[in-house]
Design a protein around this ligand. Structure first.
Ligand SMILES: Cc1cc2nc3c(=O)[nH]c(=O)nc-3n(C[C@H](O)[C@H](O)[C@H](O)COP(=O)(O)OP(=O)(O)OC[C@H]3O[C@@H](n4cnc5c(N)ncnc54)[C@H](O)[C@@H]3O)c2cc1C
Length: 381
């Protein structure tokens, strides 16, 4: 008997899930993978594009190259989800399946930050990163703010990484002395679960003259005065604003009634929603880990392994453990790593820091190439 699995979203979570099911179950599973985009782009590649390190084309992993057996890719936009009926409508048709997995990620609500579209830039979308690639070369003096407009947001270290990479970018162009860099983050420290990581980032900021504005969000930009208005009403003048926009579930998820308190609630070990046969993984959920690819991947892999065991009539492996490792750019080709554990001690995540090095920069490259190979069916493991 073949189990049909419908995976909505071909990002970190959807790609990991589809490739794992296909590789382990073979023709006992038929996966349909739907995404509106033509290509996958790693979140961290947006920083490479923005700072001109890689071309937009070089970072696109085109779904047309996907050769994973038993995975049927459809480039369509999901327009309705009926979780009770396990029925999904797209601009290309209607699908029903034994198992439905929502892995549609988080969308951005630019309008939730008045003035952001007129006076600032965001670098969290591919289009935003591509646009900045053409803006940064003409920014030679003044104040640059890297500002978070809402929480939760993807990849909590990314604002700090952006500040380090901007510092490097300006030093390479001999304009660093003419620029003030400020980072506005809604936490007390850059990476709260790991004090050692936060200390290293703050030491790096101090060394490079990057200012850290803690416990604040950017509520609005004033296009007339070119000031960022923080959530306590204080104002910071800027010449260049690099924003992390407010995140929300994709509109189709909101319309489905699956989001509670903003995100899809799941049972944290199994990724099960309250609808039988319907699961959700990654940024679209409120599972209790940060919104990051490694956690989406981990949840998807654990969910796949439990489904595989059920299909084979074996006992189910333990569910998702809430652990993951994030690479952190420190500039100058040095990358650090933080290994975080969100579930072992409820409410008290812990993290272990590994100092930045060229070796970890190489490990990060391997992380990307290994996923590309595995997810697109280019390798056997
Ligand atoms: C600048 C930046 C740096 C980052 N760095 C890192 C990092 O170093 N490490 C890390 O682990 N994470 C990083 N991230 C975060 C990471 O990219 C995301 O957390 C991760 O992609 C989430 O995976 P996901 O599967 O939940 O969603 P996504 O990967 O976002 O996938 C969701 C998919 O759903 C599709 N979709 C959405 N709506 C529809 C619809 N209606 N119809 C059809 N398709 C739809 C989208 O096109 C998308 O492909 C970074 C993010 C950014 C922005």
């Amino acid at each position: 008997m073949t189990t049909s699995v419908l995976v909505l979203g071909a990002g970190f979570g959807g790609l990991e899930l589809s490739s794992r099911l296909s590789q382990v179950l073979g023709d006992r599973v038929e996966v349909t993978l739907i995404d509106r985009a033509a290509a996958f782009v790693f979140g961290f590649s947006k920083l490479d594009v923005m700072f001109g390190k890689r071309s937009p084309e070089a970072v696109r992993l085109r779904y047309s190259d996907l050769v994973t057996p038993h995975v049927r890719f459809r480039q369509e936009t999901v327009t309705a989800i009926d979780p009770g009926a396990r029925r999904v409508t797209t601009d290309g048709g209607t699908y029903e399946a034994d198992v439905v997995v929502v892995a549609l990620g988080a969308d951005y609500d630019i309008a939730a930050t008045p003035g952001l579209a007129e006076a600032g830039h965001e670098f969290y979308s591919v289009a935003g990163a591509e646009a900045l690639r053409h803006v940064l070369p003409s920014f030679r003096s003044g104040t640059a703010i890297v500002g978070v407009c809402g929480a939760p947001f993807k990849c909590p270290p990314a604002p700090s990484e952006t500040a380090f990479l901007l510092d490097e970018y300006l030093r390479e162009r001999s304009t660093r002395d003419d620029v003030r860099i400020q980072v506005v983050i809604p936490f007390g420290t850059p990476v709260p679960p790991s004090p050692a990581t936060s200390e290293a980032i703050l030491a790096g900021f101090a060394e490079r003259g990057i200012e850290f504005v803690r416990d604040r969000k950017v509520a609005a930009l004033d296009p007339a005065t070119r000031e960022a208005v923080l959530d306590n009403g204080s104002r910071l003048p800027f010449d260049l604003f690099l924003g992390i926009p407010v995140h929300r579930v994709p509109a189709v998820v909101a319309a489905s009634g699956m989001a509670e308190g903003g995100w899809i609630a799941v049972e944290k070990g199994s990724a099960a929603t309250r609808w039988p046969g319907v699961y959700a993984v990654g940024d679209v959920t409120s599972v209790g880990t940060p919104k990051a690819g490694v956690f989406a991947e981990g949840a998807a892999r654990a969910m796949a392994d439990q489904l595989i065991a059920r299909i084979r009539g074996e006992s189910e492996p333990p569910g998702y453990d809430g652990t993951g490792s994030c690479y952190i750019e420190f500039g100058d080709h040095a990358v650090a790593r933080v290994d975080v554990d969100f579930f072992s001690t409820p409410g008290r995540p812990t993290g272990t820091f590994t100092e930045p090095s060229a070796q970890l920069a190489q490990d990060k490259v391997t992380f990307g190439t290994s996923r590309h190979a595995r997810w697109f069916g280019l390798t056997a493991d």
